[in-house]
Ligand binder design. Structure first.
Ligand code: HEM
Length: 533
């Protein structure tokens, strides 16, 4: 029977040879002398036990000492790294706690129904349109208003570059569109512009329409999570557009599961240890690249030919293709893969979120839903019977276009646009130094009561007249304006057409919280019960 209960498991292992009478022994535990009672018949073993215990305690003491030292050194390093740059003193604002800064209140406001608006609004009331903060491990200057938008978004003379988080930089790779500037950026934009133009998208219309109808076929009389359904729909569309993935193939499943992991690694902690979300993201990215490698190899060997985005890049613009391999302007396979992944990452969550918010706003604003239905019933009424939605109909849905804009204003799926100063410049009288993180607070721009009276109200008629430049930034502006906006609008128009002409729906949960991810989405995934009209 072993009686040394107040000792650790490790030490009990050293005692398990004991048996018989009770012995008391003095030992040092963490430097404190303690009395140990042992039930034991073999006195000779006591000195061995004492020796073993003291050695183990010595090792434990050493380990604890090392952990504490490491902890103290990390804190000191963190405090040094996160100390405020001297020049920031001239910018109003509060940097919050050491190391953490204002991250906690930022995250808590971020997931509240009003999103980061309350965080920004409180500080703008106190400090004005330009203020500093320390959030998510970065000193940053938040700014809002037309002047700031113009400077940051036009990025004239290369005064700013895009500023991805470390996790995004690592996952997307150095040659991603999101990490290039100046001429290389312009060149990449040119390459993707053609397939994402209205004309370039025409050939995918039939696929988009079929996928929207098939997705909605399953909705009748069911409870659905709109966000999940929207995600599956948009992923099938982009997977087909880029590399002709069949919507129900095994490759599509692999693509979907890897993409989900990659996507969630973006808002993870930047710790690349096995088991962390970031590490899983990198691994999933590698698997995705293997898949792309094998598709590219099949295409190059002539085993497979498809008229998709990848094919057009391989044929026209990639090194190793048939035309002019020595052309400096052509993409390497690495650039090709980095940018295919960039389009997926930039285009998927944003479109999924926009579609979900739109469906939610429609239910909350029945008069808007009714007006939208009228537009779509009108389209059907004007159509020869038996025919399906056409390309020209999709491009002529004026009220739907305003509903999409109002959705992007109210939801502001990308709440801030992040830049890094590439040189010193001035905004609203404040000096911004090269290297600083500067974020354009778009939520405040979209909720400015002077431009959008009663800003919380969902009112598509705000877009009846053209707005002043830089007051609505749903798809951004300037050289980094969203290249995928035509695709996003077409997907949403097609889906909404079939939804509002077939179904009505009611929410099963009225919680308005938002996921604390870079792209704003309803936390509850918007569960609804769907019924036929
Ligand atoms: C409703 C859906 C979408 C919204 C709200 C949206 C919004 C935006 C915004 C605001 C920007 C500019 C961000 C900035 O200036 O920092 C942007 C950039 C971008 N978007 Fe979209 N987007 C959507 C859909 C798409 C789609 C479908 C694709 C691709 C298939 C796409 C690809 C991109 C890319 C690659 C960029 C970076 C452009 C660059 O840096 O030059 N987006 N998007």
């Amino acid at each position: 029977m072993h009686a040394c209960r107040h000792l650790s498991e490790t030490i009990n292992i050293g005692l398990q040879y004991l048996d018989g009478g009770i012995y008391t022994s003095k030992i040092q535990i963490l430097g404190i002398e303690q009395s140990v009672q042992c039930l034991c018949s073999d006195i000779g073993n006591i000195s061995l036990i004492k020796f073993t215990m003291m050695t183990i305690m010595g090792v434990i003491n050493l380990v604890i000492f090392l952990i504490l030292s490491l902890f103290v050194v990390s804190i000191v390093v963190l405090m040094y790294v996160t100390r405020s740059p001297k020049e920031m003193k001239g910018i109003p604002g509060n940097l919050g706690w050491p190391i953490l800064g204002e991250t906690l209140s930022f995250i808590s406001d971020f997931s509240s129904p009003s999103g980061i608006f309350s965080f920004m609004h409180n500080r703008q009331q106190r400090y004005g349109k330009v203020f500093k903060s320390f959030v998510l491990g970065r000193f940053t200057v938040f700014m809002t208003g037309r002047e700031a938008s113009k400077i940051l978004l036009t990025g004239k003379d290369g005064i700013v570059s895009l500023n991805l988080f470390y996790t995004g930089q690592q996952v997307l790779g150095p040659t991603s569109l999101l990490q290039t500037n100046g001429d290389p950026h312009k060149r990449l934009r040119r390459l993707i512009a053609e397939p994402l133009s209205i004309d370039g998208l025409k050939k995918y219309f039939h696929f988009i329409n079929t996928q929207a109808m098939q997705t909605l076929d399953h909705w009748q009389g069911r409870k659905v999570l709109v966000l999940e359904e929207a995600s599956t729909f948009t992923l099938k569309v982009i997977g087909h557009m880029i590399m002709s993935l069949e919507p129900t193939s095994e490759e599509q499943e692999k693509f979907r599961s890897n993409f989900k992991i990659i996507s969630s690694s973006f808002s993870s902690m930047p710790i690349k240890l096995p088991g962390t979300a970031f590490h899983r993201g990198i691994k999933a990215r590698d698997r995705m690249y293997e898949m792309l490698d094998s598709i590219i190899a099949r295409r190059r060997s002539g085993q497979e030919f498809q008229q998709d985005f990848l094919e057009s890049l391989i044929m026209k613009h990639s090194k190793g293709g048939t035309e002019g391999e020595d052309d400096e302007n052509k993409l390497t396979d690495k650039q090709l893969k980095d940018n295919v992944l960039t389009l997926l990452v930039a285009g998927h969550d944003t479109t999924t979120a926009a579609l979900t918010w739109l469906i939610k706003f429609l239910e909350e604003n029945p008069h808007v839903l009714e007006q939208l239905r009228e537009e779509h019933r009108g389209i059907i009424a004007n159509r020869k019977s038996g025919t399906d939605l056409t390309w020209s109909e999709v491009n002529n849905m004026p009220y739907t276009a305003k509903v999409i804009s109002e959705t992007l204003r109210r939801a502001t799926v990308l709440p801030w646009y992040s830049r890094k100063a590439s040189q010193d410049f001035e905004v609203d009288g404040y000096k911004i130094k090269k290297g600083w993180s500067v974020n354009l607070d778009v939520v405040s721009i979209h909720h400015d009561p002077e431009v959008f009276p009663d800003p919380q109200n969902f009112d598509p008629s705000r877009f009846d007249e053209p707005l002043r430049p830089f007051s609505f930034l749903g798809f951004g502006s300037g050289p980094r304006m969203c290249p995928g906006m035509n695709l996003a609008k077409i997907e949403i128009c097609v889906f909404i057409h079939h939804l509002v002409t077939r179904y009505k729906w009611k929410p099963l949960d009225r919680d308005n919280s938002v996921q604390p991810t870079l792209v704003r989405m309803p936390k509850n995934k918007y569960p609804v019960l769907v019924e036929p009209l």
